[in-house]
Design a protein around this ligand. Structure first.
Ligand SMILES: [Fe+2]
Ligand SMILES: [Fe+2]
Length: 200
């Protein structure tokens, strides 16, 4: 797969660069994390450290930042401007966010148990994580293909700029100033170690 885009082209190039970039990063880390999970199951000690790094990425970059940004800014804009077409798409995306949060709470409980010394929780943690990643990849691909593709076509440059500025503020509010690029650099390094390119 090295050098090839992670998502089919039609899922990559349609939305504004900011949101598409976040999706590319999230998708790539999800692919890499599934490879890391396989290595952990094969008892690779280095992978055991990397899976915790991946866990912190999804906890902060996705669950704390990305989902909240979409819910606070993108989904309301979409629902308001596409009352007929958009509301169903937004409702489904929002419902998937809720499912993701439920999965994440379960996964976090397993993570906390492991940190507390319960070594026998690892297989359960890996199973939950794998399911979470599989569902998240599907969610991101759907959003990219339907919601973001539509946004790209209808947003005026002013609206693009406003939503991008709101995204920047939301990013700082979620993670702190300058933190998101640090997560992205760490994500790039993690993906590179597992042979997963972050496309475009
Ligand atoms: Fe989403
Ligand atoms: Fe998303």
């Amino acid at each position: 797969m090295a050098g090839k885009p992670l998502l089919p082209t039609e899922q990559l190039v349609t939305a504004s660069e900011r949101w598409s970039r976040e999706h590319r990063v999230i998708y790539a880390v999800a692919v890499a994390s599934m490879r890391i999970i396989d290595r952990v199951r094969d008892q690779d000690e280095g992978a055991e450290i990397d899976i915790l790094d991946a866990f912190s990425f999804f906890n902060d970059y996705v669950e704390r930042m990305h989902l909240n940004y979409e819910e606070k800014h993108l989904f309301p804009w979409f629902a308001a401007n596409f009352a007929d077409l958009g509301s169903d798409l937004v409702d489904r995306a929002a419902a998937e966010h809720e499912e993701s949060r439920v999965q994440w709470r379960t996964l976090t409980a397993a993570y906390e148990a492991m940190k507390g010394g319960a070594a026998d929780v690892l297989p359960e943690f890996l199973d939950y994580f794998q399911q979470y990643l599989s569902d998240l990849r599907s969610h991101v691909a759907k959003e990219q293909s339907y919601l973001y593709a539509l946004l790209e076509q209808v947003l005026t440059p002013d609206e693009q700029g406003r939503l991008r500025a709101e995204g920047n503020r939301s990013e700082v509010a979620s993670l702190g100033p300058g933190a998101a690029p640090v997560y992205e650099r760490r994500a790039l390094a993690l993906c590179a170690r597992y042979g997963v390119p972050i496309a475009g």
